[in-house]
Design a binder for this molecule. Structure first.
Ligand code: SF4
Ligand code: SF4
Length: 81
């Protein structure tokens, strides 16, 4: 999963781009639900939130490191729900 850092300026452009609805407005900044973020695997070749973020504040989440296969399995599970 990816994570939004405190450099987020709450510009709101990433939220509608997420194919998994993993992004929501938190108390201070936008947040990514790691159980829903597939790093866009299954939907796009690149993370769409990273593509649109103007301040480049969405790195990989060091607490939720996943390989491509794990991300694809998550995508399959989410698409069944
Ligand atoms: Fe959503 Fe993709 Fe960003 Fe994860 S990487 S939060 S799935 S847009
Ligand atoms: Fe924050 Fe970047 Fe999303 Fe804008 S696009 S709300 S700056 S994470």
């Amino acid at each position: 999963a990816l994570i939004i850092t405190d450099e987020c300026i709450n510009c709101d452009v990433c939220e509608p781009e997420c194919p998994n609805e993993a992004i929501s407005q938190g108390e201070e900044i936008y947040e990514i639900n790691p159980s829903k973020c597939t790093e866009c695997v299954g939907h796009y070749d690149t993370p769409q939130c990273v593509e649109v973020c103007p301040v480049d504040c969405i790195p990989k989440d060091p607490d939720h490191v996943e390989n491509h296969d794990q991300l694809y399995q998550k995508y399959l599970q989410l698409s069944q729900a």
